[in-house]
Design a protein around this ligand. Structure first.
Ligand code: M6R
Length: 608
């Protein structure tokens, strides 16, 4: 959500800004712009729409200079039109600002600023920041930023440059992500590491509630009160090819195809000498883990679905009562949490605002938080007591795929770990589970090989208006996830449901035009699910079933069936979701939609 980039140095500034914005594009946006200081004045280029349009504008009207900031805006306050696009400038056109976040008290600040004569060019909440800084510029840019941040409520990360000092970028962050890099020749700031990946070897994760003054060979970090903050830079561990599509037409397809490799790496790393190891940052001792009497998993979207699978598996193997909450509900519902409750956050990005707020809510109540995250050094990583890195590698496509299966496999490993610790999983059971997990990468590979068959099914249904997805037990979450994948990238109305709930209402939707994706691999609820498919067939629904290879019963009553390999029930949510990811992908591409950047969505949802 909104991408920030800033650069000062010897390279061609517009190219660095544009390159960074392209790599931040995956975060989601609907307009973009840059500001460069050349010949002592701010030169602004901005457009609503795609980055290619900004690039074309800069080609038609070139800019040059030694310092600049750039932005991709995901509209919250005000339409995606030129006046609302960042960079935003002050009344005197001295400073340019790019912001990610939401300023909750902007209306009262704006009233005050307008009463003091400031002219607003946009209807954004962010514009108050540039005018507040302007009011205090006589103290110098850094102090003006410091006094401004104290007046803001909400969450924000921003970078500002001034025509009066072309050597530095001043940045600040409160509850929104921001990183920076520097060496003797150049310095940059960005929303995340992908913005600067090809330029720097080291990165600084800017601490929350701090202000950074950044220039060539200079990076001064202070907290909002002005006290110096020391931060050790870290090595940049991703490179350009990790965030490149390679020979794939879309990131989403690349990431679906990467799943065997990701699972292979996880299993190699996490299962050592016949035991589960969850990494060096678990942060919660075995003794503390033994005391846990309840787990509360809070997450959003796809990560919430992974949490639902986690609930079934943790309760089954560790016998710990486990609840799963949508973070935006958890954070406001004043849940009953006692001291033996372990709160878990599950998040690919590690920056999802509601999940982060849920984590903080738990910490206010003095509870330990263990998080599953993909992005290392993200806010959720840094604020948790313990973390398990899900090891999916950079995920760029807005539709989460490989992070989902990496989350599930880690929740499975956690369940085995807790189960062994508490004596519910014997050595023999553990061996059986490890064998099931070890087979998984090759089995996922087999499912991916069905890609062409799945595309044919997609061709038949790409014009459907509605879809139903049904599952039970562990694959109830698979049905929800399949529906979410389809709706977010194809814009088809898709409903995921627990199949047993159908006759309590949704069955009324079924008619001869309704494709119904039925997830029914062999499992403890196979017969129950089979009956539910029969009920759908009796109402002329069109079942497309995910079944275990060789299962003739469900195949016999389905219009299409997609076979997954024979597997342990607990890994079936991983195998069964792959066809649903591919189905959604192909339907969306057949409809010629922007699969990696679906409308209205952002990869990293950093606002509430
Ligand atoms: O980064 P997170 O895992 O916290 O993100 C949570 C959701 O925003 C995310 O899973 C979203 O639902 C995806 N677009 C689903 O594909």
């Amino acid at each position: 959500m909104c991408g920030i980039i800033g650069y000062v140095g010897t390279r061609d500034v517009p190219s660095v800004l544009l390159g960074g914005l392209w790599r931040l594009e995956y975060r989601g946006y609907d307009s973009s712009g840059i500001a460069v200081i050349g010949n002592g004045e701010l030169i602004i280029r901005k457009v609503p729409g795609k980055l290619s349009e900004l690039e074309a504008l800069i080609k038609r009207q070139p800019v040059s200079g030694g310092i600049g900031v750039g932005h991709t805006r995901w509209a919250t306050h005000g339409l995606p039109q030129e006046n609302n696009t960042h960079p935003l400038i002050d009344c005197n056109e001295e400073i340019a600002l790019v912001v990610n976040g939401i300023i909750e008290n902007y209306l009262s600040l704006k009233d005050d600023l307008e009463s003091r004569g400031h002219i607003f060019r946009s209807v954004t909440d962010s514009e108050v920041i540039v005018h507040l800084i302007e009011e205090d510029l006589d103290k110098g840019l850094v102090d003006a930023v410091r006094s401004t941040v104290k007046k803001l409520t909400g969450n924000f990360a921003f970078a500002v440059i001034s025509v009066n000092d072309r050597s530095k970028i001043v940045c600040a962050r409160h509850d929104a992500p921001l990183i920076c890099c520097y060496n003797s020749k150049e310095a940059a700031v960005a929303s995340d590491i992908s913005g600067v990946v090809s330029i720097f070897n080291d990165v600084i994760y800017i601490p929350n509630d701090s202000i950074v003054v950044l220039g060539k060979g200079k990076c001064n970090i202070t907290n909002f009160q002005g006290r110096e903050v020391r931060v050790t830079p870290r090595k940049v561990t991703i490179d350009v090819k990790d965030i490149d599509k390679g020979h794939f037409p879309h990131f989403m397809l690349k990431e679906i195809y990467e799943q065997p490799k990701v699972l292979h790496n996880i299993i190699n790393e996490r299962i050592v000498g016949g035991r589960v190891t969850l990494g060096s940052e678990l942060g919660i001792s075995d003794a503390e883990m033994k005391k846990v009497s309840r787990i509360l998993i809070q997450a959003c979207g796809t990560s919430w679905h992974a949490g639902l699978v986690g609930k079934y598996i943790i309760e089954k193997f560790a016998r710990i009562h486990t609840e799963v909450d949508i973070s935006s509900e958890f954070r406001y519902r004043d849940a009953v949490l006692d001291s033996d409750t372990l709160v878990m956050a599950v998040s690919q990005s590690g920056e999802t605002a509601d999940t982060l707020a849920g984590l903080r809510e738990a910490k206010v109540k003095f509870l330990k938080v263990l998080s599953l995250v993909n992005v290392i050094q993200s806010s959720i990583h840094r604020e948790s007591d313990g973390i398990i890195e899900i090891m999916a590698g950079p995920e760029i496509g807005v539709a989460s795929t490989k992070a989902y299966t990496a989350e599930i496999v880690h929740l499975y490993l956690l369940a085995l770990y807790l189960g062994s610790l508490r004596g519910f999983v014997s050595k023999v059971d553990l061996e059986e589970h490890i064998a099931a997990l070890t087979k998984l990468p090759a089995q996922v590979e087999q499912v991916i090989r069905l890609d062409d068959d799945i595309r044919e099914i997609a061709e038949e249904f790409s014009d459907a208006r509605d879809f139903l997805f049904l599952g039970r037990g562990l694959n109830y979450a698979t049905a929800l996830e399949g529906a979410l994948k389809l709706k977010e990238i194809s814009y088809i109305n898709a409903t995921g449901y627990a199949a047993g709930e159908m006759k309590h209402g949704p069955i009324a939707l079924i008619d001869h035009k309704m494709p119904i994706v039925c997830v029914n691999p062999r499992s403890s609820v196979y017969d129950k699910m089979f009956n539910n498919i029969q009920e759908a067939v009796a109402r002329k629904g069109i079942p497309i079933s995910v079944v275990t290879k060789g299962d003739r019963r469900t195949r016999g009553i389905s219009k299409h069936s997609i076979p997954i390999p024979e597997c342990h029930e607990c890994v079936s949510p991983i195998l069964a979701v792959i066809p649903l990811q591919l189905l959604a992908y192909h339907i969306a591409t057949l409809k010629e939609l922007d699969v990696d950047r679906p409308r209205n969505l952002a990869k990293s949802v950093t606002v509430e």
